[in-house]
Design a protein around this ligand. Structure first.
Ligand SMILES: [Zn+2]
Length: 234
């Protein structure tokens, strides 16, 4: 299990660019990182669970259903727990997550973590939006554990969000904690509120991006990042 791909591995797989040849790049494909998984949060707050359960029972009634019929009997409590899990980001401190694995290191090339799964809720309709996040930074004396980047994405995703703010929050958190030479965040997501209702566009994908430092100043650096995540962005 290679967390950090070797130069040869990267070259063999995708990159032919001679300039990149001379550099060492740390790339992690999150799907290959087996330590990474969504941890289950079974520590539900009892008061919150029972308040939410009552409210979801009312919602089901108000939608015209019978909350006492067999299939729905336990649904209010299940929904209450699911929603607590899906909004647990409010109780997580993303900066503390990064600081918990911050190491002094004189590595100053681009570090990329790509294809981080994103599951979030649009705050306008409380319907899910989901997709992939690609995050890069250029260290300035400090690096962080690669899985921590994915955890930061989770901590901000598991809240009521808009994709634009989610993108900025991830960028700001990394910038303000690691103080790198630059941060780049791209999120591509599909929104259920657009797919199931409203304009009913099933295939549309929303891309947001946010950059700081070198990614903003240098077209070449930004282009290298876009190239490495394999996207065609403008
Ligand atoms: Zn929406």
């Amino acid at each position: 299990m290679h967390l950090i791909f070797s130069r040869r591995h990267i070259l063999r797989h995708s990159l032919q660019n001679r300039w990149i040849l001379e550099r060492t790049l740390y790339i992690m494909d999150i799907e290959e990182f087996d330590n990474y998984s969504y941890h289950r949060n079974d520590d539900y707050n009892n008061a919150q669970t029972s308040a939410l359960t009552d409210l979801y029972r009312q919602i089901i009634t108000n939608l015209g259903e019978d909350p006492n019929r067999e299939g729905l009997k336990k649904s209010p409590e299940r929904i209450a727990k699911a929603m607590q899990f899906l909004t647990q980001g409010y109780y997580q401190d993303p900066k503390a997550i990064l600081e918990s694995a911050m190491f002094k290191e004189q590595y100053s090339q681009m570090v990329i973590v790509k294809d981080i799964e994103v599951f979030s809720f649009c705050e306008h309709h409380m319907l899910p939006f989901f997709g992939k996040a690609h995050v890069a930074y250029i260290p300035n004396g400090y690096i962080t554990g690669l899985s921590k980047i994915a955890r930061v994405v989770d901590a901000y995703s598991r809240r009521l969000q808009v994709q634009e703010r989610l993108t900025n929050q991830i960028k700001d958190c990394i910038q303000q904690t690691l103080h790198p030479l630059g941060v780049a965040v791209v999120i591509e997501a599909q929104h259920m509120c657009m797919m199931m209702r409203g304009v009913e566009k099933q295939e549309s994908c929303t891309t947001t991006s946010a950059f700081t430092g070198l990614f903003m100043k240098s077209n070449a650096t930004r282009a290298e990042f876009i190239n490495l995540i394999g996207k065609k962005l403008h």
